[in-house]
Design a binder for this molecule. Structure first.
Ligand SMILES: Cc1ncc(COP(=O)(O)O)c(C=O)c1O
Length: 488
């Protein structure tokens, strides 16, 4: 490979190298399928450390620009092959089941906030990991350490005992969750936790409540399951519990500690009223505490589950935020009365979750490496959030919702009609900035343009640059008001 790379001198070296390589890919100087030099070779050529090159490759991998596996090298991601002509009959095939009919309606993936936007330099992408080369190497070492001891037979359906115990202790300590290891199920991501809860608790046609706005992944699972999904509005204190259906709901899915996407925290009074409501109507609550571990402030509310006296709350936590999304490991903690039903549903779904990652994760938690990484992640995210908030405060055209934690912020665009949304995104894209909007999170589209600003993968210097591009795009579509002054 003979490609000149120019490091721009801004921010950490790995970021500079990642940007230079991304630029070379975007301009076609590195072509799809082309092999990148090994990290050792590039480090030598550029006079950088291998760790720096590793981190740059990691960032390109997580944004989908390169692919590769240990030992076989890294390659520029090929552009998708042209679609192969399909037999006409299969294209026209109607959905063969009610499940697929619902899936065709609700499972649209094109507008998700995690999707990469080609050709942009910065993107406020949500749910990307915050690249940490130390985490990658520690995780690789742990996998190698535990691999020889992993039993080759089917793992226990609910998960490896050592991981269930580690999870029970961890959530008791960090989120006040009241449970024993027997209540913990290790599952394939939050998506599977919600799917299992729906299978065990909800018949098609029964009412399920979601926050409005809400987490799109949960809505898709519940609608495909056939639930009658009802949106209940959210304000600055979280779910409007006074607006829950008078006739009750079979299940209420919510994000009480950091409402997705607004960031509101459910107030203590509403928590109590919600638990009373569920008990009164024989309903169930799925508490999605997706980023609860990132709350470092002393005011952080413990989990809703910790207040549950009637055994109506199923608690879901995920490792994909603190570690990385590709891990696909989460946990579902159920009231004892539901254990056997959930075990049967998990058995029917997949016979259990892969033992190698479970074993490595249990080791990672027990050794203290997980807590160490979490502390670093909390610090890094707090710095990035502060940089984003400070920059946003200077952009008068945006109204930022108050959020004290997590990996994203939400902001409304002032004075721009929703019909101009596409133009705003296009102007941002032309300037090299990827923007994401919030209407995907609504059952009824909101009357304003809302932006979802994920910041976990953007260092503070990139945030500052991305905000300048955003301000410029906003100025273009929303020029400052000129005052007409009449003079003789
Ligand atoms: C509200 C919410 N819950 C859960 C998740 C994580 O899902 P999973 O564990 O399936 O990666 C996300 C990630 O985007 C989220 O935003």
């Amino acid at each position: 490979m003979r490609v000149d790379l120019v490091l721009d001198g801004h921010g950490p070296l790995y970021g500079q190298l990642a940007r230079a390589l991304a630029e070379a890919i975007a301009r076609g100087r590195l072509r799809p399928g082309e092999r990148l030099p090994s990290t050792r070779e590039l480090a030598l050529r550029l006079g950088l450390s291998r760790r720096t090159v590793n981190a740059a490759y990691e960032r390109l991998r997580s944004s989908g620009r390169i692919r590769g596996c240990v030992g076989s090298g890294s390659f520029v991601e090929a552009s998708p092959p042209p679609p192969r002509p399909r037999p006409a009959a299969s294209a026209a095939l109607p959905a063969q089941s009610a499940y697929s009919r619902r899936g065709r309606q609700v499972c649209t993936l094109h507008d998700l906030p995690g999707r990469p936007i080609p050709g942009v330099r910065y993107a406020f992408q949500y749910s990307l990991p915050n690249v940490n080369p130390r985490l990658s190497s520690a995780w690789q070492r742990t996998l190698a350490k535990v691999a020889p001891y992993v039993k080759p037979n089917y793992p226990p359906v609910a998960g490896l005992a050592e991981l269930r115990e580690a999870v029970a202790e961890h959530v008791a300590r960090s989120r006040g969750v009241v449970c024993s290891a027997e209540d913990v199920f290790i599952v394939h991501g939050t998506q599977q936790a919600i799917a299992l809860a729906a299978r065990v608790l909800v018949d098609p046609g029964e009412t399920v409540v979601l926050e409005e706005p809400h987490y799109f992944g949960a809505r898709q699972v519940l609608q495909m399951h056939g639930a009658e999904v009802v949106g209940v509005p959210v304000d600055g204190d979280g779910l409007r519990v006074d607006r829950l259906p008078a006739a009750g709901a079979k299940l209420i899915y919510l994000t009480p500690s950091h409402q997705f996407p607004t960031g509101a925290v459910l107030s203590p009074q509403r928590r109590r009223r919600l638990l009373d409501y569920a008990a009164r109507h024989g309903g169930w609550i799925v508490e999605d505490d997706y980023d609860g571990e990132f709350r470092s402030d002393a005011s952080a509310a413990p989990s809703l589950q910790s207040m549950d006296r009637d055994g109506r709350v199923l608690y879901v936590g995920t490792f994909t935020k603190v570690m990385f999304p590709a891990l696909r490991l989460a946990y579902l903690i159920v009231p004892p009365a539901l254990r056997e039903d959930v075990r049967a549903a998990k058995w029917a779904a997949d016979f259990g979750t892969g033992a190698l990652e479970q074993s490595a994760l249990a080791h990672f938690i027990r050794s203290g490496a997980y807590d160490r990484h979490l502390r670093t992640a909390v610090r890094t995210l707090a710095e990035r959030r502060a940089a984003l908030r400070a920059g946003l405060a200077r952009i008068g055209a945006l109204e930022v919702l108050d959020a004290h934690a997590g990996m994203h912020l939400m902001a409304w665009v002032r004075g721009l009609a929703p019909a101009r949304q596409r133009e705003l995104l296009e102007q941002a894209r032309r300037r090299g900035l990827g923007l994401y909007t919030v209407e995907t999170f609504y059952l009824q589209p909101p009357p304003r343009i809302g932006l979802m600003l994920g910041f976990s993968a953007l260092p503070a210097t990139d945030i500052a640059r991305a905000l300048r591009l955003l301000e410029d795009a906003l100025l273009h579509v929303r020029p400052p008001r000129t005052r007409r002054v009449a003079f003789a």
